[in-house]
Design a binder for this molecule. Structure first.
Ligand SMILES: C/C(=C\COP(=O)(O)O)CCC[C@H](C)CCC[C@H](C)CCCC(C)C
Ligand SMILES: Nc1ccn([C@@H]2O[C@H](COP(=O)(O)OP(=O)(O)O)[C@@H](O)[C@H]2O)c(=O)n1
Length: 313
């Protein structure tokens, strides 16, 4: 569904007809301020050469505006539709894995990990279907925010949603929703608002949290007989899987965004930087976790810090 929506991701192909359908035309100077929400839309980020005009960025004649909508109203309509679509995708994902668990086609642990891996990755895949408006990121953030509310309501047992509990908890205790899953969606909100489509930092950090950490669990539980000396709860197999899949999924997501014209990256140095981020994230993930610090906090935070330093020079 996301890929169908993405087919409209190229501005000139959107069914809407604004004359302003151009992505930010960003050059190569270095400006950390634009990392944040109010940074000028057209300033570059962290020296990363981002979008050049592509054949898709063709301004359309003003007479094409539908129903006389102003460009702002057209963007609001566009982003409202995108938000509804991605929200539907989120519900469908959880419903699907709950269904598979109920039918005992997959166990609860694997269901939770696949939801962990796919939610964040699909969320990032969906970002290009939102408009080029400066408020698009806020519309996208509605999706994890609604899920945050959902986790709070059901984690506090203010309402019950057995499907949600079964597909995203280890033991089926609703209070589990208030830890890993809640931290997870809070990190999605933060990376959406702080980095959005304009910086590789958020993309890499989410790929590490979703793809790397998620695959580490699946591989580690199955093949993790040789434990890490300083943490018998974790294994070399799980950590190697975290490093490899964190790296591959980060590069894959960066390539996806570069194909859509958001980044122009020097791939040799980018791979070196992403490998460093993945190594540090893997080391952090391998450490014994405490009640206070969950992997869904430590892994993305460590990834953001290393990616920020790596892509700043
Ligand atoms: C199971 C989850 C986290 C648990 O982490 P851990 O304890 O295993 O380390 C993920 C919870 C996901 C949440 C319920 C739904 C999030 C949906 C997301 C914001 C949007 C997805 C949209 C896309 C189009 C499917
Ligand atoms: N580096 C890793 C990570 C996880 N694992 C395995 O996956 C299980 C769950 O890992 P975890 O405690 O990080 O799970 P979450 O907190 O990510 O849900 C561990 O108890 C290990 O069996 C591993 O062997 N090696």
């Amino acid at each position: 569904m996301i890929m169908i929506l993405l087919s409209f991701a190229q501005p000139s192909r959107l069914p809407t007809f604004s004359t302003r359908r151009r992505r930010p035309d960003i050059s190569t100077t270095h400006n950390l301020n634009s990392l944040w929400l109010l940074g000028p839309k057209r300033t570059p980020i962290l020296g990363v050469q981002t979008h050049y005009p592509t054949p898709f960025d063709v301004p359309l004649p003003a007479k094409c505006l539908p129903f006389g909508l102003t460009p702002v109203a057209e963007d609001l309509l566009h982003d409202t539709g995108a938000t509804a679509a991605v929200l539907g995708g989120a519900y469908a994902l959880v419903f699907t894995f709950n269904n598979l668990t109920q039918r005992k086609l997959i166990n609860q642990g694997l269901s939770r990990k696949l939801v962990h891996i796919l939610s964040g990755l699909f969320f990032m895949v969906s970002w290009p279907i939102f408009s080029t408006s400066t408020v698009a990121r806020y519309f996208a953030a509605v999706v994890p925010a609604v899920n945050c509310f959902r986790l709070l309501v059901h984690g506090l047992s203010l309402a019950s949603d057995e499907g949600l509990v079964k597909s995203v908890t280890r033991e089926g205790n609703p209070q589990e929703l208030l830890r890993g899953p809640l931290y997870y969606v809070l990190v999605l909100i933060f990376c959406d608002l702080a980095f959005w489509r304009e910086s590789p930092i958020g993309i890499i950090s989410l790929a590490m949290m979703c793809g790397g950490d998620g695959v580490a669990d699946i591989v580690g539980r199955r093949f993790g007989s040789v434990k890490i000396p300083y943490n018998p709860q974790k294994s070399w197999a799980g950590s190697i899987a975290m490093f490899v899949f964190g790296f591959l999924l980060s590069i894959g997501m960066l390539y996806y965004y570069s194909v859509l014209g958001y980044f122009q990256l020097d791939w040799v140095s980018t791979m070196q930087k992403v490998a460093l981020v993945s190594f540090v994230a893997t080391a952090v993930e391998s450490l014994p976790t405490t009640e206070a610090v969950d992997d869904n906090i430590s892994v993305p935070l460590a990834s953001m810090a290393v990616a920020f330093l790596s892509f700043s020079n």
